[in-house]
Design a binder for this molecule. Structure first.
Ligand code: FMN
Length: 204
């Protein structure tokens, strides 16, 4: 089959697009508003995009009136900082709770019964219990095409300035996927856990 994603003429009961580029890691983004309210939300349009220096991105769609930006984007742009918390199997329910569309004055970390840990180099707190955290300084926003001007799409880029790793997920100096077990997003309402690893050497 072939279809035009702009017309969505796939003829399937549900849009298949998000099921094709999978699995997508989940960036659980903590930020602070200008007033100091903690915000926490998951983004699966998220990835690491460079190593030297380390850069990550997350891609918010449209928020709610009066500001068409999602809170995570607005906070990163206004305060210049965000933290990526890595979601594991054990924290999946709490991650899901923090995707609720709540007003900006609601602290989603508290809402999901999560404890905050201070960061070292940036002000937004980290999620206690997440096995890895990336402290980030906002770099820039790249505006993407949109269908509805009230729902802008964007890439928010940040430089990673500090990395926390729970020592318990390190075995013999390597990140141990059996202990890490990060969760990733598939299409629809489906998820997966990284629990199947194979190794291939690069050609010389
Ligand atoms: C697993 C998961 C992944 C998500 N990924 C995205 C995403 O990549 N982009 C997006 O705009 N919303 C995404 N959402 C929805 C946001 O988390 C949700 O809109 C949230 O309320 C945004 O919060 P904020 O306004 O506090 O930034 C995702 C939700 C879940 C559960």
């Amino acid at each position: 089959m072939f279809y035009d994603p702009a017309r969505r003429d796939h003829g399937l009961p549900r849009d298949p697009f998000k099921s094709l580029v999978v699995p997508r890691p989940i960036g659980w983004i903590s930020t602070l508003s200008r007033d100091g309210v903690v915000n926490l939300a998951p983004f699966s349009y998220f990835n690491a995009v460079a190593t030297e220096p380390a850069v990550v991105m997350f891609c918010p769609g449209g928020g709610r009136p009066p500001d068409p930006r999602k809170d995570s984007r607005r906070n990163a742009e206004e305060t210049g900082e965000f933290v990526v918390n890595i979601v594991t199997e054990a924290m999946r329910e709490q991650m899901n709770l923090t995707s609720a569309e709540v007003p900006p004055e609601v602290d989603e970390m508290a809402l999901a019964g999560l404890e905050a840990l201070p960061s070292r180099l940036v002000k937004p707190p980290r999620v206690k219990g997440a096995p890895a955290h990336l402290e980030c300084v906002y770099l820039q926003t790249v505006e993407l095409p949109f269908v509805d001007p009230d729902k802008p799409n964007a890439i928010v880029l940040g430089r990673v300035v500090g990395v926390h790793i729970d020592d318990r997920i390190i075995t013999d100096g390597l990140i141990d996927m059996d202990k890490f077990r990060p969760v990733a997003r598939l299409g629809y309402m489906d998820y997966t856990v990284v629990d199947n690893v194979f190794t291939m050497e690069r050609p010389k």
